[in-house]
Design a protein around this ligand. Structure first.
Ligand SMILES: [Zn+2]
Length: 571
């Protein structure tokens, strides 16, 4: 837990920085009192502290007692909190800011990905097979190898992989590795045998078993056919789940992520979060947001069970209004530019709409926050209609309904969005990733209000940044870089895709801290370095305000602190 000297050695001075504004005045917490008159456990000195607190945007030092911040100010001011046993951390002039809060992730899927074989950049079929073989060697008997995120498009001639490619290196290990878009997976012969898939197995509705000239399965199962194998993959044991969670927590700490909002988790995973929370093993704060359909089913049998603690809460409800842009299932008012026959699809749970409305009204009445996935402009518009219906049914209150992704907004809806107090829970990395091809799909006009972070802020809509990890990297520096530069990953738009929608570094940092805290009703505890708040802090290797925008993505975390404890240090 002690800070290693190496990290804090440099003694660069702390220079003042003009125009270094804090969050908006309304971002200020309800007010923190020093939690004790006792000496601090830790003081961080000689830091360039960016507080995200408008009442004091910058400081040099921070004092911590227990898990809370007890003083923020100049070195001299904070020195008053120093006692005989206070540990002094010299930040060496480094940039210190509130811990990152990722407003939208899939915690266990992300953790599982860290543990699975990484095939995304395997440049040839041989390399693909070699990596799987390596992995199989280290696997326990009968343990499945899943995930992988493979992409054959970079291979010479782009052939689909086959089980013949991997059978020799996986004689006893079932493998079922999935293409990065999740629309097809490769099974080896062991996996096909366990699933009972043979030449005689019919293609299921909505799925295809790819077959060779003799009619035998090649191992590739497309869309609904993947279920043949997935249904025989044993669910992970509690022990495996705990291991996955620990992997994810380690990854978060290394990236300065001290809070995450986990969308639609498996209830069996939430039980593992509780187990680790009760043993004091969580190093990042988890807010689990259950799926709305099962939540609504449970409501009549009594109040929703909560597990509030400093590191774990279960609250809110996650729903779906439409699909995704990549699969042309995001729902738009007008047809897709590259598929004039389609406007996208309303999600299953939205049909019939009366059913969705009744569930959302009931969930809101129980006091839960609504977090609804909507990507296309029409889906977003319908969700705003539903939010209006909910308000009409249950009366006004501070409900902060959220639209997850909020990718493509009809210009007419910004004002209504703000009036409803809806929160835009957005993932800037998608803008630089999907931005490579999105305009072909939706055209230049709709692109103007796509990933419209600037327009949201200008219309006084609260914005919370997240990543949708593992769909995008969990690293908040990539998120800030994406929001500030909008430079697409293919390097073709270095000046930014729809540059009018760029935000500043300061605004991006607010969205990753206070914005995300507000989006989970935690702005009194988190989101800024303020007296009385939780001591969740991050120290960076460089200063995002003083490096070139292109260099922000390369900044690293030097130290992460959660609840006053060091949970990560860079060596
Ligand atoms: Zn998601």
């Amino acid at each position: 837990m002690a800070a290693a000297a190496g990290v804090f050695s440099a003694a660069a001075g702390v220079a003042a920085c003009g125009g270094f504004g804090g969050g908006s005045p309304s971002d200020r917490p309800a007010g923190g009192q020093p939690t004790s008159g006792q000496p601090a456990d830790v003081i961080i000195v000689n830091a360039r502290v960016w507080t995200v607190d408008a009442s004091r945007p910058e400081a040099e030092a921070v004092a911590i007692h227990g898990d809370r911040i007890t003083a923020v100010g100049s070195g001299a001011e904070v020195a008053r909190s120093r006692g005989p046993n206070t540990r002094v951390v010299d930040a060496g002039g480094r940039f210190v800011m509130p811990g990152f809060n990722d407003a939208h992730i899939h915690l266990m899927t992300g953790g599982a990905q860290l543990d699975s074989v990484d095939l995304k950049d395997a440049a040839t079929p041989e390399e693909f097979a070699r990596r799987i073989g390596e992995r199989a060697k280290g696997a326990a008997k009968g343990q499945w190898i899943l995930g992988g995120n493979w992409d054959e498009q970079g291979w010479p001639g782009a052939p689909l992989p086959t089980r013949a490619l991997v059978d020799a290196v996986t004689p006893n290990t079932p493998i079922f590795v999935t293409r990065y878009d999740e629309h097809m997976s490769l099974a080896n012969s062991v996996a096909l045998r366990l699933a009972g898939v043979t030449a005689a197995t019919p293609d299921p509705p909505g799925g295809v078993i790819v077959r060779d000239a003799k009619g035998n399965p090649t191992g590739i199962l497309k869309d609904a056919a993947q279920a043949y194998v997935f249904k025989v993959v044993p669910p992970p044991t509690a022990e495996q789940r705990a291991r996955t969670l620990r992997r994810a927590l380690g990854h978060m700490a290394s990236l300065g992520v001290t809070s995450v909002q986990d969308m639609g988790p498996d209830p069996d995973d939430v039980a593992i979060y509780e187990a680790l929370a009760s043993r004091g093993e969580l190093t990042a704060r988890i807010r689990a947001v259950p799926a709305e359909v099962p939540l609504a089913e449970r409501l009549p049998s009594g109040p929703v069970r909560h597990h509030p603690s400093a590191f774990l809460r279960v609250s809110g409800a996650k729903g779906f209004a439409d699909g995704s842009l990549g699969s042309t299932t995001a729902l738009f008012f007008e047809p897709y530019t590259d598929d004039p026959a389609s406007r996208g699809l309303l999600a299953d749970e939205m049909q019939p709409l009366d059913g969705m409305r009744a569930r959302l009204v009931a969930i809101d009445k129980a006091g839960e926050q609504l977090c609804i996935h909507a990507i296309g402009d029409r889906a977003i518009s319908i969700v705003l209609d539903l939010f209006e219906d909910v308000r009409r049914a249950n009366g006004p209150r501070d409900r902060r309904p959220r639209i997850e992704h909020s990718q493509h907004l009809a210009p007419k809806d910004f004002e209504r969005y703000a009036q409803l107090g809806a929160i835009a829970s957005v993932q800037p990395y998608h803008a630089i990733d999907d931005g490579k091809w999105a305009e072909k799909r939706i055209g230049a006009e709709r692109a103007k209000t796509t990933y419209a972070f600037r327009s949201f802020l200008d219309n006084r809509v609260r914005v919370a940044f997240g990543t949708d990890w593992p769909v995008a990297p969990l690293d908040p520096m990539q998120t800030i870089y994406a929001a500030v530069t909008r430079a697409t990953l293919d390097g073709k738009r270095p000046g930014g895709w729809v540059p009018e929608q760029k935000v500043t570094v300061a605004e991006a940092i607010v969205a990753c801290t206070m914005g995300a805290a507000y989006a989970e009703f935690e702005e009194g505890n988190k989101g800024s370095i303020s007296v009385g708040k939780l001591a969740d802090l991050v120290m960076l290797s460089g200063d995002p305000f003083r490096v070139a925008p292109e260099a922000i993505a390369g900044l690293k975390v030097a130290m992460t602190m959660a609840g006053g404890k060091v949970v990560y240090e860079r060596r």
